[in-house]
Design a protein around this ligand. Sequence first.
Ligand SMILES: Cc1ncc(COP(=O)(O)O)c(C=O)c1O
Length: 378
Amino acid sequence: MTEFQPFVMERMMSKWENVVDVNLSESGVHPMTLGELLEMGGLELDAVADVPINYPQANGTIELRETIAAMYPGATADDVLVTVGAAEANYLALTTLLQPGDEAVIMLPNYMQVWGIAKNRGITVRECHLSEERGWALDLAELDAAATPKTKLIAVCNPNNPTGRIMTNPEMDAVVATAERAGAWLLADEVYRGAERETDEETPSFYGRYDKVLAQGSMSKAYGLPGLRIGWSVGPAQTLDDMWARHEYTTISTTALSNRLTALALSEKVRPQILARTRRYIREGFPVLEEWMKGHGDMFQIVPPQAAAIAFARYRIGTNSTELVNRLKDEQSVLIVPGDHFGLDGHLRISYGLPHDYLRDGLDRIHQALVELEAAGA
Ligand SMILES: Cc1ncc(COP(=O)(O)O)c(C=O)c1O
């Protein structure tokens, strides 16, 4: 039995994100309130007063699965499994598709959930990397070499956490071709689709490009509704049924209220309003962060993120990233994520899809610590 691999970033965030004065560690935009969501739908609080505090259909209400399916050309309600966040969807995918001893190829850097579950399950993990010198483009040659006939699953995150990089269409085709050649499942974590910064065009899904795709989505990031705890997997109905059998062992179901509110959020009327809000936060927040970085001379180097509410920047001082983040937490009460959590020391992940005052407060606190470290010759 290998030693348990904790999910280091989530451990840190869950311990500290609600304790510090300023949280710049979250990867989604500033969360919406229930009132805001109802208002976008032209509804009053009464509209949800009749929702039973009950289990919904365990795999998601038909209304919600139909609404989600409509966002994926070719999918029906049977091709959707509603889960407790994308976190559960990823967990079910790995525990359903992989057995101890199997091989998986994982794109790095990444949200390290899939990597950690694979390690804990005794899966042999082969890595393929995004290249910072090439604007965080995926090294397709490395991917191709990593995938062998023994590969059962290839896991990608697009748009990527932590870099915000969006794959080009030829890159997506190359990923599919590699998966097809290996006969592997393609696990596509697509929770930042809709949170594009530079374009109004939604990042395309891998769904429909290959038959062995699981496309993972969530209300947490692009929709700013993490507290609904709703995610989903879209893929072949039989595989989803196998995942649902595991869902019964983990959470049984989401909640009736969340199913109702998610169907409202994803409705034709409300969804465009939410995505516009998300993009507004992202597009107005990034210049604040960029300006702040420029104000530090050559301290930071960044490939501007194309999507998501986070920036992954390289910094110049010699202090280790975990040490720096702990210092910021303890001395300045501001939380960001160290590059160490992605296997890339010398980098920091900072959120920016937030109200300006809050963001500036956090950045001021980081500035203060950097000035002190530089003065101490770090
Ligand atoms: C890439 C990615 N996938 C999945 C998740 C899990 O999110 P949730 O369970 O809230 O949908 C996160 C959360 O940060 C994430 O960044």
